[in-house]
Design a protein around this ligand. Structure first.
Ligand code: ISE
Length: 334
């Protein structure tokens, strides 16, 4: 069976997914797109030869659409995810599922009314080979307990429409989810430290910043988030355990040697750095949809990350630590 996919919000990320589905992923076909920007609907629909809608509700209701991928702007996700659940269609929603916990609670309520898990959240780092190897070593117990994790999340630039809170709920959310997955623990307290600001970008941003997180058992995690470093998409992670330290290696594709010395090619783009992870996650989702099964991160993972984001956004404007508030896990997600 070929899974017929409708995509909401085919911007850069969405079109990268369409290209992957057309070139390297098996078992799926994008048959329709929707976008609130009419000119984008015309361009993307004609580029890929698919149906185009300006109203996402019409795409979700289209009988030719078996399942939906949502790649629109985070604040627009909630209504479309709930509409997919109510239509009984499986939905892959890019991160953040919702920028705040209330929206995520509304999605979990809809899924519980439906009585089954239909939502998969696009936390792609869980599918990255190097993170997976790191987790396998930590889970094996061969280096003892994990004590500390250091992260660095750097982007070349972000556009002016990137609001002050997105540092946490659009960028830091990657480490928030990855740390929950890597340690197998919830994050219970956060703090934000604010270094000297870069002059290279917009005044409305605190850039860089350090997000400090504590897990249930006391693992201490830091995350330097610097979204206007002017040079590269640079993701680093180092776990310090009792008898060993595991670190992602540099992710450059090539190393060049010449008259000016030896240098690495720097990645500028998350689609390049995490290309393999995106392919694996979307392939796994399409395969599961064809079997009418759930796979990947659930709405609970989207909710848990949003709760940490809410605390992190508060910590951006308050001194000291902020506790993460979460409901008990509903039975559907046990
Ligand atoms: C973007 O949405 C992503 O997901 C990137 O991985 C992240 O580095 C960037 O900061 C986000 O805005």
């Amino acid at each position: 069976m070929t899974v017929r996919i409708g995509m909401i919000g085919p911007g850069g990320m969405g079109q990268a997914h369409i290209d992957r589905i057309r070139s390297v992923i098996a078992g799926g076909e994008v048959v329709a797109i929707s976008d609130i920007a009419e000119d984008n609907v015309t361009t993307v629909a004609s580029t890929y030869g698919v149906k185009g809608y300006t109203d996402s509700a019409e795409l979700i209701a289209d009988p030719d659409v078996d399942a939906v991928m949502i790649c629109s702007f985070g604040p627009a996700h909630e209504a479309d995810v709930i509409a997919c659940i109510e239509a009984g269609k499986r939905v892959f929603c890019e991160k953040p599922m919702t920028p705040d916990a209330q929206g995520a609670l509304n999605i979990m309520d809809a899924e519980q009314r439906a009585g089954r898990k239909l939502v998969t959240v696009g936390f792609m780092r869980r599918f990255d080979e190097s993170y997976r190897q790191m987790k396998a070593i930590l889970d094996s117990g061969e280096v003892g307990e994990t004590l500390i994790v250091h992260n660095r999340h750097r982007n070349p630039t972000v556009p002016e429409r990137y609001t002050w809170d997105m540092v946490i709920n659009d960028t830091g959310i990657h480490e928030i989810d990855t740390m929950r997955w890597l340690t197998g623990e919830e994050i219970v307290r956060v703090r934000v430290d604010t270094p000297k600001k870069t002059t290279k970008r917009f005044e409305h941003l605190q850039d860089p910043l350090i997000l400090i997180m504590h897990t249930e058992s006391g693992i201490w995690i830091d995350d330097e988030i610097f979204v206007n470093n002017q040079h590269s998409y640079d993701i680093q992670c180092e776990a310090v355990a009792e008898t060993g330290t595991i670190r992602l290696s540099d992710q450059h594709l090539i190393e060049r040697t010449g008259t000016v010395g030896r240098s690495n090619a720097l990645t500028m783009d998350h689609n390049e750095r995490f290309g393999g992870a995106f392919v694996r996650e979307v392939q796994e989702w399409i395969t599961a949809v064809a079997r009418d099964e759930h796979t990947g991160s659930s709405a609970w993972d989207g909710y848990a990350a949003a709760c940490v984001c809410d605390a992190g956004v508060r910590a951006l404007t308050e001194d000291g630590e902020v506790a993460v508030e979460m409901i008990d896990k509903p039975a559907l997600y046990a």
